[in-house]
Design a protein around this ligand. Sequence first.
Ligand code: MN
Length: 250
Amino acid sequence: MVYIAGDVHLPGGDPAFSRFLDGLLARGPARLVILGDLFDYWLDTPHSRARYADCFARLARLREAGWRVDLLVGNREMTAGRMLDAGFGDRAVWPMLTFQLGPRRVRVVHGDRLCDDPGYHFLFAFMRSFWFRTMRACHPGWIQEGVARMIRWRSRTKQLQRRRQPRSRGASEDMLFSPRVRAVGRGVDTVVAGHIHESWRRRIAGVDLILAGDWSYDRGHWVEGYADGRLELRRSSFSTPLASAAEAVD
Ligand SMILES: [Mn+2]
């Protein structure tokens, strides 16, 4: 059994996501794949690690209970480094994770690289590069804060531009770049992605593509995979404060 969730954008996706993790803990050990953008933005500093200590503790508890937990790097974690690995307790995965689910070969990606935005891809490659990481290690936190703010501003401006355009049903599909989807889907039966903050399953460029959806403070979307290869979209609201964690997941 595998649970795939992402785009939590902490602290935005809490407390729903914390309840979800507590609910998982109440179940038997399985696998959890977090497909990136767990944090609204991640700076690879001790401050970030301390800020999200609650979430890291929950993930550690799952692991202690026998769960396998994988964390993929999303665009909000593009500066991920040693501090993220230390907080998470394992190496974060980038750029994709491929595994077998019964008869089905599944590939999980964050999804940003499925979209057509050459400027963004260049920026991401640059940020991930060795030289940037080396340079960053010498920079004080406030410069990193400034860089993060600039990137978020850029992202928000793009979102606003997108919102101003007339939206049709296929608008989110238009964000996907077919050759990239085809390339990522090569050799697997199904691709699971996030990033677009929608929850659906469609055939795009011949690929069985699932978008896992996102999280807000009182509701969340995720994907459940079963030993027979079935993959199902799930969503739940976590609005009842007194509901037990196990109930909240159902
Ligand atoms: Mn994203």
